[in-house]
Design a protein around this ligand. Sequence first.
Ligand code: FAD
Ligand code: NAP
Length: 322
Amino acid sequence: MTTHTTRMLILGSGPAGLSAAIYGARAGMEPIVVQGIQPGGQLTTTTDVENYPGFREVIQGPWLMQEMQAQAEHVGTRMMWDTIVEVDLTRRPFRLIGDSGEIYVGDVLVIATGAQAKWLGLDSEEALKGKGVSACATCDGFFYRGKKVAVIGGGNTAVEEALYLTNHSPDVTLIHRRDSFRAEKILQQRLFANERIKVLWNKEVETFVDGGGIAGLVALELRDTVTGELSRLDVEGGFVAIGHHPATELFRGHLELDADHYIKVETGTTRTSVPGVFACGDVMDKVYRQAVTAAGTGCMAALDAERFLAEADFEKVAEAAE
Ligand code: FAD
Ligand code: NAP
């Protein structure tokens, strides 16, 4: 069994992990990135990316992630094809075990394991993902300029996405399975004041209706959760906004998580409840969830980690001198 040792161990190869790697490598921390089961992260599951700064032309998500990885490797990052299955955060250096059985030891640990959108679990939803069905209005809303769209959900995300979509669409329907939202009141007030949005209460999506050929989504078949009655709503975009699963199962009982299972960090930093462990990207951010914000917090994690190691090294030297 091989043991891989580094100053800076990074879990996750999305924009957060790779940005942490670029900064960490340039600071001489010789990072190791354990890529996980989705090398390149969520952006590898999409096509057009139009909001990552620096590119006037539309770029492709998988291409962007290849470029980030190439840059990280170019400055000295080692990429590992493995997934961490066990962690020990009780003492430094931290010791983690991969699915391969290999051991990873890091003086500091950066967690960038991301989050995955929750889906309704319908076959028709799966079939139309990327063809009218999306879980990110900020990412895909622009593609539905002037078209009728619907958002499914009743929390902050759903209300924010509905409000955001009115920038592009004159006709947004918010569909919720109950007769009241759990979103904050201030967001609800904004929603109800917006003439471009209508709310359908007590409705669940039964089917995302495929128009066939290149048409993609053309309508939603809805079921009333009280009466069972079926109805149809013509839309070209359907945004599922029913929450996300942060990839934090591995850290339960090892790190402080919030009520929604996101890793808790000290405000304005990436420091977690365990000194020497830092978290960045969607695994600690349930509000912004964008590639550029994930990259930004990845940079913060590397800078926080570098400072932590400098202080720890200084303390060691001071102790030895006493
Ligand atoms: P992720 O990209 O989720 O990466 C997580 C990484 O962690 C993966 O590499 C995974 O393999 C790894 N991992 C997980 N568990 C383990 C483990 N146990 N061990 C090792 N590694 C592990 N944002 C935009 O800004 N613009 C867009 O146009 C856009 N479009 C999108 C389209 C789609 C379809 C989706 C799903 C998202 C889109 N986003 C977009 C959002 C953006 O992709 C995310 O905000 C961003 O990828 C988050 O980056 P991250 O590095 O935090 O996590
Ligand atoms: P959420 O608060 O968990 O809300 C999920 C919504 O989706 C709920 O209304 C739920 O309905 C509905 N839902 C869940 N499963 C469903 C299903 N299978 N079919 C139909 N509807 C379903 O998730 P969120 O809105 O993503 O927010 C998550 C956390 O992030 C919250 O703490 C939120 O406050 C926070 N957040 C904050 C901001 C901000 O501060 N600006 C922005 C976004 C998110 P029920 O209500 O019936 O359960």
